[in-house]
Structures are given as structure tokens and as C-alpha cells.
Design a protein around this ligand. Structure first.
Ligand code: PMP
Length: 434
């Protein structure tokens, strides 16, 4: 028996969830979701919402997408779990299909291999181990407003202070993010790239294992990497013996519209790619995709994730890839994203609280400032608009180092009709501020 009332659910959470899990509640008043279908959600009282958050970027192809649900159910009925000790064709097929989404390189000879994990942070920890094992170097670089997950390894390369806790592993140096709106060196990639060289010289042994870069930063507040940054960072880090590691947990799976993977926007070919969330459309699944020779030394120190490569989640993942292709979700992300971005720019003309509007495809953001000249972040207005959005039936997220950014990462099936709903809802949320 489930008691669906919001009050009872909140009371049970307050009593039985540990403090570490209890407080991560975005709205002032709690919300209980009962049903999801494609880009829409319904709460326990039956109110409908447009989901611009995709349950935190996990829902890539739509809530409870029938093809994904039946693929997982059919597999679960046959055999729910199979440890990687034994062979199973579903994850093996998935690895092949997954590897095929990666760039082949100009000589068409890159061989990609996949290690499935249960989550993004496990994939990040594994990627850290792969980079350190392959290069023989310990020091890693990461970006100051980056987020890579909650495990101690992933936390240690996470720059956003709120997510850092005692017990992180060391040997990490941070470089400033090339934020084109409020970055410390202003616009462009070059000064930020020079800072990578400086940091390698000043804060490491001079030889590094690699750099982790989210191709578009998510929790940092939808920070796009400027032209030349990803490829330039790869060049500089490789010159110091390290690898370029792309974190595609939020920016992957066609979300940016132009490409399947965010790093493709800069023509860089990473040595390692980590991914999660959208790969399983809600089923727990992550992956490290590496060039074969880079993964090879791990044969001596293999890592074993109990549920990694389990056939149920991999069946869901195969369906996700098929749906992205068959329902043309990448071009949809581009077209709908462009239309929504244009409407967000109109809102910026109308509402002076909006300092910046940015993003690509269906990875968009509005940044709130107290003053457009000083760009002082405005977390209070952001929180107020966020609450008003709920009234307008929109679910999105507060992000950024200052919690002054509204982040939009909806399921990739968001439609042109939804663009109207979203733009009008946001307009009402801003207008209600006065
Ligand atoms: N990298 C990025 C960019 C993420 O956004 C996240 C999760 N928010 C992670 C890694 C960690 O993934 P998980 O929560 O599945 O461990």
C-alpha cells in the first residue's frame, strides 16, 4: 500500500532519509510525481507539467518511452541480471552499437572499446584510473565550475564548492572555466588555454594524467566551451603526457543538436569519454568509452562493477540509441532548441533580470543578474522565477556556481508546440516578479 499524499511522503522522507539525501529538494514545497509520458509529468494531484529538466538529464528520449520500457521488461522477464563473469549477447551488441557512434578519426582506424558501469561517477572514477594507469602520471586537471559526480574520486575533480566533501582523493589542479559571459579572462579560448600551461607548470609535477572537460558544463550553468578550447586543451595536456577526457554525461546523445557528442563541436577526438544518465533513459547505466590501446593496461588491474553491463539496463540502452536514430531526436533537439533559444532572447529583451541567455540544442540557460553592467549574480530572483515556473507548469532547475542560472535540459522529444508553452510560462513567471 502506497500513500500518495505529498504530506505523508514528505513526513516519511523527513523521518527515514539520512540528512545527506533529505535536503536535496529544489522547490520550497515538496512535489510528488506520479506519472511521466514523453516530455510531460503529472503530480499526485493530477496536475500536468512540461519537464524541462528530464529528471536531471536522465530522460533523453521521453518519460516511460514505450520502446525502452518494453525492451527492459522483455529482458527482465527472460533474465534480469547476468554478471560480466558470463557472456551475454545484449551488452555485447550494445557495446558494438555504442562504439559505432564514436568518431573514427581521419585515418578511419580508431578502435573504441566500452566498459559499462552503473552510474556516471563510477565511470569518472574508472576514467581517472585508466588515465593514471596508461600515462603513469598522477596529476589531473579539471575545470573550476565543473561537476563530475559524488564518489570520492569524482568529487576530487569537481570544482563547484558545494559538492566537495571531506575524503576526496588528491593530485588534482583546477583551471578557470572559459565562461564567455563572466569568465575571469573574458571571451575567447586562448587566455584560458594559456592558464592550462601555467597550471601544469605551477601546480603539478609537469607530467599529467589528463584533463576532464564537460563538453558543455551542466551544473556549472550551461557553460559552452568556446571554439578552440577543447582541441587546445587536448593539445596542451597531451604535450605534458596526459589524456583528454570528455565528460558527456549531460551533453551527449544528440542533446546539443549538431552532433551526437558535445566534443564533436570542436573537432577534438578524446582519449576517453565518460557518459551516463541519458544512456539509459532512467535505467541506471554509465559507460567509459576508450581507445583500445588506452584501455589495454587495465587488463592487469581490472575493475568489476557488479551490475555493470547488466542485460536489463543494456536492453534499455539499445532501445535508447534506436529511438534517437528512428525518431530523429538529434535534429529535433537542434530545431526545437533554436526556436526556444530565440524565444528566450525575446524574454531577455523584455525582462531586465535576465543577464544572459545561452546554450545549444536542448541544453539552454537563462542567467539572472542584479545589474546587467556589473553582472552581479541574482540567486534570489532565480529562486523566485523557479517557484513561479512551477505555478506555470514548468519544471526546470537552478544551477551555476551562484545558483543564478535556470537550466533547461528537457527530453529530446520536446516539440515546437511546447516551445510556446515554455516561453509563455517563463514570461508569466518573470512578469509575476513585479
Ligand atoms: N558528470 C556530470 C557532468 C554529471 O552531471 C553527473 C551527474 N549529475 C555525473 C558526472 C555523475 O553521474 P552519476 O550521478 O550518475 O554518478
Amino acid at each position: 500500500n502506497i500513500d500518495w499524499s505529498t504530506e505523508a511522503t514528505a513526513a516519511r522522507r523527513d523521518t527515514y532519509y539520512a540528512a545527506s539525501q533529505q535536503k536535496f529538494v529544489p522547490f520550497k514545497d515538496p512535489i510528488v510525481f506520479k506519472k511521466g509520458s514523453m516530455q510531460y509529468l503529472w503530480d499526485a494531484e493530477g496536475n500536468k507539467y512540461t519537464d524541462l529538466l528530464g529528471m536531471n538529464v536522465c530522460i533523453s528520449v521521453g518519460h516511460s518511452h514505450p520502446r525502452v520500457v518494453s525492451a527492459a521488461m522483455e529482458q527482465a522477464q527472460e533474465l534480469t541480471h547476468c554478471t560480466t563473469m558470463f557472456h551475454h549477447p545484449v551488452p555485447a551488441h550494445f557495446a558494438e552499437e555504442f562504439a559505432a557512434t564514436m568518431p573514427k578519426g581521419k585515418d578511419d582506424n580508431i578502435e573504441w572499446v566500452v566498459h559499462f558501469t552503473n552510474s556516471g561517477s563510477e565511470a569518472v572514477d574508472l576514467a581517472m584510473a585508466v588515465a593514471r594507469t596508461f600515462t603513469g602520471n598522477l596529476d589531473l586537471l579539471a575545470l573550476r565550475s565543473g561537476y563530475h559526480g559524488p564518489t570520492s574520486g569524482a568529487q576530487s575533480i569537481t570544482g563547484i564548492a558545494n559538492f566537495r566533501h571531506p575524503g576526496m582523493s588528491g593530485n588534482v589542479a583546477f583551471v578557470p572555466e572559459p565562461n564567455q559571459y563572466r569568465g575571469i579572462f573574458g571571451k575567447g579560448a586562448d587566455p584560458y588555454l594559456d592558464e592550462i600551461d601555467q597550471t601544469i607548470r605551477a601546480a603539478t609535477t609537469g607530467r599529467v594524467a589528463g584533463i576532464f572537460v564537460e563538453s558543455v558544463q551542466g551544473y556549472g550553468g550551461i557553460i559552452e566551451m568556446p571554439k578552440g578550447y577543447m582541441s587546445g586543451a587536448a593539445e596542451r595536456v597531451r604535450a605534458a603526457g596526459g589524456l583528454y577526457i570528455a565528460d558527456e554525461v549531460q551533453s551527449g546523445f544528440g542533446r546539443t543538436g549538431d552532433n551526437m557528442w558535445g566534443f564533436e563541436a570542436d573537432g577534438v577526438i578524446p582519449d576517453i569519454v565518460v557518459m551516463a544518465k541519458g544512456i539509459g533513459n532512467g535505467f541506471p547505466l554509465g559507460a567509459v568509452v576508450t581507445q583500445k590501446h588506452i584501455a589495454a593496461p587495465m587488463a592487469e588491474k581490472f575493475m568489476f562493477h557488479t551490475y555493470g553491463a547488466n542485460p536489463t539496463c543494456c536492453a534499455a540502452g539499445r532501445a535508447v540509441l534506436a529511438v534517437i536514430r528512428d525518431e530523429k531526436l538529434q535534429p529535433n533537439a537542434k530545431n526545437v532548441g533554436n526556436a526556444l533559444l530565440a524565444r528566450l532572447k525575446d524574454l531577455q529583451d523584455k525582462h531586465k533580470a535576465i543577464g544572459d541567455v545561452r546554450g545549444r540544442g536542448l541544453m539552454l540557460a537563462i542567467e539572472m543578474v542584479k545589474d546587467r553592467k556589473t553582472k552581479e549574480p541574482d540567486p534570489e530572483t532565480t529562486a523566485a522565477v523557479f517557484e513561479n515556473c512551477r505555478e506555470s507548469g514548468l519544471i526546470l532547475s537552478k544551477s551555476g556556481q551562484y545558483q543564478s542560472v535556470l537550466r533547461m535540459v528537457p527530453p529530446l522529444c520536446l516539440s515546437m508546440d511546447d516551445v510556446d508553452t515554455v516561453a509563455n510560462g517563463l514570461d508569466r513567471a518573470f512578469s509575476a516578479l513585479r
